[in-house]
Design a protein around this ligand. Structure first.
Ligand SMILES: [Zn+2]
Length: 474
């Protein structure tokens, strides 16, 4: 009898531990599409379908995840969050103020992040972004700072995190104003390798640790080039994701955060074609995680979400003409690169005529091409002429190498061109900033059921820690 009881007890124990095992994920991916609301995703799906002449959207890989829900994004001090407050909420499980990174809004004390807790628990950690790794979203997983703009101070916290892999964009500067090399020396003093060539990145292998791998193809600000511009020097976010999986794969497990940072930047510029290409690149990175998931289904969780929506994107703003996203295929360059080509034209000795600028607009955006259905109206030409006179006659200086174009003042010529094309495609933007919309949350794998109803973005932290069986204590 005693042995029978013991047997039943053992069986029960096995069942219970089996159930627990079902809810335990050794490998967790958190993909954050910065500024990626429902309509940035849906526009990409309609665009892909339109190019094939289809009338049903062509779903991105993460749109096919079994769980599709939403997250509330309010910050501690605003209904409309910024990236640092939202990423900090996901990373720490606590609401923080806009522009602050991982600190208590009242006491100013640090909140420990889920990545820090996972590292302490023995998991390997990877932080990837297509913008700089000291930018607000990635920073929120390892740094604690009163102001997200204090890049020098944030970059110094990369080395002290002891995380295994940082990849994608670089850091804003390699040192502080006082010490031009302080970030690099902090990294090397703590055993990190700072890699900047394609060869070095390619040579990375399983088990390598304390790596900062920077895309050799970036702007001077160290963020990726625009996907739409297809710069041959650039390594894709998908490649960095694949490489991070290869390096971090181990029996204990890992946590990898991947940010598609420039969906937000394109949306701030109200440049839909560029946002669509960034979203496709982000989807390609997720495909790499799916490949890993397919081989490790019982131990992997993939979450895809956004920190906030940017731009208040509306699909179908033109009642009579409808939605024609296929017209965006004629945009061959990002607004930023177009503005750069204009600034090159401005440097010529001779006078650059308005007609010459219009030719370039036609070549790069199809605008003015009757056969493409993209004729310019008188009013549109007049609006472009005004910007031309501003930039080419009055010689107003516009710097295309800023984080993103000067979108809070009068639109420069490149952004006017993009606006005209977007309007003809039947889309509109309500703001050049963030909106307070809920953001999509999509999940597949162990613990996906925790995302079935609308959650607060802080719960992303709670759920990840729960499935990784890590204590949520500070
Ligand atoms: Zn953001």
């Amino acid at each position: 009898m005693k042995s029978l009881k013991l047997l039943i007890f053992s069986i029960l124990l096995l069942i219970v531990s089996g159930l627990n095992a079902q809810n335990t994920a050794k490998y967790v991916f958190l993909f954050i599409g910065d500024g990626m609301g429902d309509n940035q995703i849906y526009a990409t799906e309609i665009y892909k379908a339109s190019l094939q002449g289809k009338m049903t959207p062509e779903p991105l890989v993460f749109s096919q995840f079994p769980v599709q829900s939403y997250a509330i994004t309010t910050s501690a001090d605003s209904w409309t969050t910024d990236s640092s407050a939202s990423a900090s909420a996901m990373a720490t499980g606590n609401k923080v103020n806009n522009h602050e990174v991982g600190i208590d809004p009242v006491t100013g004390l640090n909140y420990k992040t889920l990545a820090e807790k996972a590292k302490e628990a023995g998991f390997k950690i990877g932080i990837l972004s297509s913008v700089t790794i000291d930018h607000a979203t990635p920073a929120s997983f390892y740094a604690h700072e009163k102001s997200r703009g204090d890049y020098d101070k944030i970059a110094l916290q990369i080395a002290s995190s002891n995380f295994d892999f940082f990849g994608g964009g670089g850091v804003h500067s390699l040192g502080s104003i006082d010490d031009k090399n302080s970030v690099i020396s902090s990294l090397t003093n703590n055993g990190y390798k700072y890699l900047t060539t394609a060869k070095e990145i390619e040579n990375l292998k399983k088990g390598d640790t304390k790596i900062v791998a920077v895309n050799p193809g970036t702007y001077s600000g160290k963020e990726f080039y625009w996907e739409i511009d297809k710069n041959p020097k650039s390594i894709s976010l998908a490649y960095f994701t694949k490489k991070s999986i290869e390096i971090l794969d181990n029996d204990k497990g890992f946590f990898i955060m991947v940010e598609g940072g420039k969906i937000d930047w394109a949306s701030h510029s109200n440049d839909l074609a560029s946002a669509i290409h960034e979203t496709i690149a982000f989807d390609n990175a997720i495909k790499e995680a799916i490949k890993f998931y397919n081989n490790n289904k019982n131990e992997t969780l993939i979450i895809v979400t956004a920190d906030h929506e940017t731009g208040g994107l509306t699909l179908g703003s033109n009642v009579s003409k409808g939605l024609k996203l296929d017209l965006l295929q004629y945009q061959k360059v990002s607004a930023q690169e177009f503005e750069r080509s204009l600034s090159q034209l401005k440097k010529l000795e001779r006078k650059v005529s308005f007609e010459e600028v219009l030719d370039s607009v036609k070549l790069n955006f199809g605008l003015g091409d009757k056969e493409k259905g993209l004729e310019l109206t008188k009013a549109e030409k007049k609006w472009l002429l005004e910007a031309y006179e501003n930039e080419f006659v009055a010689l107003k200086k516009i710097n295309p190498d800023r984080d993103y174009l000067d979108h809070y003042s009068k639109k420069p010529l490149a952004l006017r061109v993009v606006t005209i094309l977007n309007t003809k495609a039947g889309i509109a933007w309500s703001t050049e900033g963030h909106t307070a919309s809920k953001v999509p949350v999509k999940a597949i794998g162990v613990g996906e059921e925790y995302f079935k109803s609308t959650i607060d973005n802080t719960e992303i932290n709670d759920i990840i820690l729960k499935v990784m069986q890590i204590s949520n204590k500070q």
